[in-house]
Structure formats: C-alpha cells, structure tokens
Design a protein around this ligand. Structure first.
Ligand SMILES: Nc1nc2c(ncn2[C@@H]2O[C@H](COP(=O)(O)OP(=O)(O)O)[C@@H](O)[C@H]2O)c(=O)[nH]1
Ligand SMILES: [Mg+2]
Length: 171
C-alpha cells in the first residue's frame, strides 16, 4: 500500500451499525455483501464478507472495511485484518448483546496488537446505559457517535487516525 493509504477495519457484534457506518462515510460509492436474513426480528440483511469504501480524511486515503458480525463468519476477521492500522469496534447503544460475548470479541481483537477505538453507536438515542462505558472504557478509548450521521462518523474515523499517529510516535 502507498504511504498515505490507511486501512481501518470496522468490526464488532451483529447489528451494531458497521455496514451503516461504512455506507454513511462513503457518500454512496461503496461495496457491500449483504444478503437477506430471515431469522432476525431486528434486521432484514446481514453482511457475509465485508463492506468497503475509500474516503479522503486529513490528507490520507482511508480504506474503510466493515466485517460481518455473526460468529459463523468470524474466520473473516483474519482475512480482513491483513495490513490494518487500527480497528474500530462498535457496540450497540441498547447493549443487547451479552457483555461477556462483547468482551470475548474485544479480547480476540487485541491479539492483533493494533490500536482499537470503541465506537458506541447511539442511533439517535440520547441516554447511554451507564454500564456500557464503565464496562469498556478502561480497555480502549471510547467515542460516542451515530452511524447515520456523517459528521459524527467522520469524527470517529479522524479520532482513529490520530490514535494511529500517536501510537507510531511512541514506537
Ligand atoms: N436511527 C439509526 N439507525 C441506525 C444507526 N446505525 C445503524 N442503524 C440501524 O441499525 C441496524 C443495523 O445496522 P447495520 O449497519 O446493518 O449493522 P451491522 O450488522 O453492524 O452491519 C440497521 O437497521 C440500521 O439502519 C443510526 O445511527 N441511527
Ligand atoms: Mg453489516
């Protein structure tokens, strides 16, 4: 990859807004691999391979990928993590996923040894369940945002780019 390209992987449990985040920052030019989902009350589609877009932020070309959320596709994480500079790990604002499972996924991600930013997708809600931040804030920086809002989604990515730069300086 060229010097000013930065690959970032958006990952996290099912139904946390990963595909929405990639779509929102893309301004329409994006690739997705969503297929119809019949067994879920919450969602009609699910990502089976990845979401992808390219976007310019802070003079850098960001390759933004979204992973599938369902555990049966977790083998994709290794494939998609090749060459990533950082991860954005999304958590649902309603905290429907079992915290223990979220933690397992997060621990799995830490094994790659790259910076992780936790994004809590508020989906337009104002109140944040207190336990979310207290459960996870000590692990990695937490950014509260909304995946449908372009401005807040770009802020989350900018934050991640800054963290990559800071981590580089330390090494
Ligand atoms: N209102 C609102 N809905 C959202 C937001 N982000 C995601 N959603 C909805 O949440 C659901 C799951 O989003 P999706 O991106 O498919 O989640 P993924 O499984 O993590 O890729 C979809 O119905 C989205 O429309 C948001 O910021 N605001
Ligand atoms: Mg998806």
């Amino acid at each position: 990859m060229r010097d000013n390209t930065v690959k970032i992987l958006v990952t996290g449990p099912f139904n946390t807004g990963k595909t929405t985040l990639v779509r929102t920052v893309s301004e329409g030019k994006f690739l997705s691999t969503e297929v119809p989902l019949t067994l879920s009350k919450e969602k009609n589609t699910t990502t089976v391979a990845f979401d992808f877009t390219k976007v310019r932020i802070k003079g850098k070309e960001i390759f933004l990928l979204g992973s599938p959320g369902q555990s049966r596709f977790s083998f994709m994480l290794d494939v998609l993590s090749q060459g990533v500079k950082a991860f954005i790990f999304l958590i649902d604002d309603k905290y429907i996923e079992d915290p223990q499972k979220i933690r397992e996924k997060l621990d799995e991600l830490k094994r790659y040894g790259k910076p992780i930013v936790i994004g809590i997708n508020m989906r337009g809600n104002k109140g944040l369940k207190k336990e979310i931040s207290s459960d996870f804030i000590k692990d990695s920086p937490v950014v509260i945002f909304s995946a449908k809002d372009r401005f807040s989604s770009l802020k989350l990515i900018s934050y991640t780019i800054d963290l990559i730069e800071k981590t580089k300086e330390k090494n």
